[in-house]
Design a protein around this ligand. Structure first.
Ligand code: COA
Length: 169
């Protein structure tokens, strides 16, 4: 479990205290997603990603993630409230990060940095050589955040096509 001190605040807990929900006031804890988190996560995502496409609706996305590397889905919790999320995936070629979200009222406290540290450490442990992620063109805050963590802008064109029940006729 990663742990760091910032402005005399402790930002992560030993695993046992986390498991038994023995948080210190104000502490940010990173733990794996569990079923009972669904409603809170859906509320956070609806606030943070209001114009997500239908294939990213909370119930769709959480349902799929529960079937594909569910262990790579973490939440950040503070004072019993869910304040952040991150999903990761590794397909043997690249690692990917999805749905990094922090409650707007809780930003600039290091929550996303902790979530990214957790995801990066897990992807690295799986042998992943490189992490990719997508940021919408005008999302300057996210670009600044990822650059602060050492991510570079790469000259690529992102292409995509919905398939299955989301296929466009
Ligand atoms: C991007 C986001 C996840 C950052 O969350 P956060 O918890 O506020 O980030 P942190 O506190 O861990 O920030 C770490 C560092 O990143 C940089 N950073 C974070 N937000 C920034 C912003 N709005 N502008 C400039 N730099 C920023 C800073 O260097 C910051 O360190 P500092 O506060 O000591 O200066 C959050 O703004 C968010 O949820 N945005 C909406 C969803 C989104 O865009 N997700 C990512 C793309 S899918």
């Amino acid at each position: 479990m990663c742990s760091m001190n910032l402005n005399t605040q402790t930002w992560a807990l030993p695993a046992a205290r986390t498991r038994y929900n023995l948080e210190m006031p104000g502490e940010i804890t990173i733990r794996q997603y569990q079923d009972s988190d669904q409603a809170s996560v859906a509320k956070l995502w609806t606030t943070v990603f209001p114009d997500d496409p239908p294939w990213n609706s909370p119930s769709e996305l959480i349902g799929r993630k529960q079937k594909a590397q569910p262990e790579l889905f973490w939440i950040a919790q503070q004072d019993g409230e869910i304040v952040g999320t991150i999903l990761a995936g590794y397909d043997g070629v690249r690692g990917w990060i999805y749905h990094l979200a922090v409650d707007p009222a809780q930003r600039r406290k290091g929550t996303a940095r902790l979530l990214m540290q957790t995801a990066e450490a897990s992807l690295e442990a799986l042998g992943c050589p490189k992490i990719n992620l997508q940021v919408r063109l005008y999302n300057r805050a996210a670009v600044a955040f990822y650059q602060a963590l050492g991510y570079g802008i790469e000259e690529r064109v992102q292409m995509g096509k919905p398939i299955g029940k989301f296929r466009r006729s």
